[in-house]
Write a protein that binds this ligand. Structure first.
Ligand code: 5AD
Ligand code: SF4
Length: 458
């Protein structure tokens, strides 16, 4: 394969965008585009955007500002904007950024190669933000620009039908649609054949996988992925609490490759706010699901998303969120200040919370979680964890360390916690990568664990 041209892909946002950027790279390779890590040397720049909060959207326009300068220096440079902001704003982005060549929406990724060829030949300014009601598949692309990569995302469904009142996803990613199990399985098999050892299956609400289309259900899909040779670990995200079934809970014990970790976004601990968010569960229903998970699987790691300062969130509602966080004692949390989104109904809800108040509530959530995470991590000291090795620790790179210093490696537990460990023998960079190692944990920090390989214990 000849690669006469170069593309720089900049990704903002969630794991689904990371996956789409890989599809973008895969689609452009046959056109002769090789990926580079700096926009300065590229013939083509693609920006994959996120619209989930205002801050993410601001990043899009500041990046585009930088690209304007590059285009002045190199008028031949082609610049395209894709993803959720492209879908949301469409042609308006072309007006705002006169140096842009192409705007392509969330359903246009598979058409990107054709669009780029059009821009290359006609030089026009194109917009493709059509949303379709069938999945637009791309050819499977297993090669990775990063040879050390052992974990990849695989989108199994796109869009969302839940319409939480704060959320832009149903408007920018369209209605929920599931990919066929055959496509998913052959894609994961190709990844495993290319050396990938872990996949994370992605969907806005994986519990409803296949239901609309009458495909197999999510537990069945997991069971089939579990059978893929060469693959060591399976993760998935995200589960909607209202749809988490006992059947799915049972799969954690049934499938050996499925990591005992669930990301179960609660958003708020107040039933009143949950109802205004259109989440379709109460605080008690959520806690009941947590109890079932822990009954079935006592050592499961549980993480969540929290929004603070949703319109009308009183100090009492916020206390309910704090008490729920304490009660569940999450392994980790992502917390966000509520942000108005143009299409989402909550943008029109009264009783907005001030930015200062939202910032204070966010700090309280993060402070509480930091204590809880450290406690969780400390409870793992002396335990034995199976870690999938991802690489050499940044701070102590094997090549930089003196011969006397034992190189430090890192990997993750099934619960997604980072573990650093020394390896007495100096293995070649590829020796440890992508292997499962049994580590006895000796030290706990707030963001990681440290231990020694069990085989080396004396
Ligand atoms: N404001 C703040 N956070 C939001 N999220 C989604 N929409 C918004 C919004 N408008 C958060 C939710 C979701 C996560 C991916 O982003 O917590 O689970
Ligand atoms: Fe957004 Fe709710 Fe769908 Fe998640 S489930 S993508 S928060 S609408």
């Amino acid at each position: 394969m000849m690669y006469p041209k170069t593309v720089y892909i900049h990704t903002i946002g969630c794991q689904m965008n990371v996956y789409d950027s890989e599809r973008i790279a895969g689609g452009l390779a046959p056109l002769g585009y090789r990926q580079v890590s700096e926009p300065e040397s590229a013939d083509l720049v693609i920006l994959n955007t996120c619209a989930i909060r205002e801050k993410a959207e601001q990043k899009v326009f500041s990046f585009l500002g930088r690209m304007a300068g590059l285009k002045r220096k190199n008028p031949e440079l082609i610049i395209g904007v894709g993803g959720c902001v492209a879908q949301q704003e469409g042609r308006k982005i072309l007006d705002r950024a006169p140096y842009l060549d192409l705007v392509f929406g969330t359903h246009a990724v598979s058409r990107l190669p054709v669009l780029i060829q059009q821009v290359e030949t006609t030089g026009g300014r194109l917009v493709d933000v059509a949303l379709s009601d069938t999945i637009q598949e791309s050819p499977i692309y297993a090669a990775s620009p990063n040879l050390d990569q052992i974990s990849r995302f695989v989108t199994i469904m796109q869009g969302c039908d839940n319409y939480c009142t704060y959320c832009v996803v149903p408007y920018v990613r369209g209605r929920e649609m599931s990919r066929s199990p055959e496509r998913i399985l052959s894609e994961i098999q190709a990844l495993a054949d290319a050396g990938i050892r872990e996949v994370t299956l992605l969907g806005q609400n994986v519990n409803s996988y296949g239901k609309k289309e009458g495909l197999c259900d999510f537990s069945e899909l997991l069971t089939r992925v579990n059978g893929i040779e060469g693959l060591l670990r399976i993760r998935f995200t995200t589960s909607h609490p209202k749809d988490l079934s006992d059947d799915l809970i049972a799969t954690f014990n049934r499938l050996d490759k499925l990591c005992k970790h669930i990301h179960l976004p609660v958003q708020s601990g107040s039933t009143r706010i949950l109802s205004r968010m259109n989440r379709k569960y109460t605080r008690d229903m959520y806690l009941e699901k947590i109890a079932r998970l822990r009954d079935a699987c006592p050592d499961i790691a549980i993480t969540s998303d929290i929004i603070v300062g949703f319109p009308g969130e009183t100090p009492e509602d916020f206390e309910d969120t704090l008490s729920l966080i304490r009660q569940v004692a999450y392994d980790g949390l992502f917390a966000f200040m509520y942000s108005d989104r143009p299409n989402a109904p909550a943008a029109h809800f009264p009783e907005k919370i001030s930015e200062a108040e939202k910032a204070e509530r966010l700090q309280r959530v993060l402070g509480l979680q930091e204590t809880l995470t450290l406690e969780k991590n400390q409870s793992l000291v002396h335990s034995v964890q199976v870690v999938l090795v991802e690489g050499v620790s940044q701070r102590m790179n094997a090549s930089e360390a003196s011969p006397e210093t034992t190189p430090q490696w890192y990997g993750r537990t099934p619960g997604h916690k980072i573990v650093h460990f020394p390896e007495r023998e100096r293995l070649g960079a590829s020796g440890n990568l992508g292997r499962l190692k049994t580590i006895r944990i000796e030290k706990a920090f707030s963001h990681s664990l440290w231990g020694r390989p069990v085989s080396q214990e004396e």
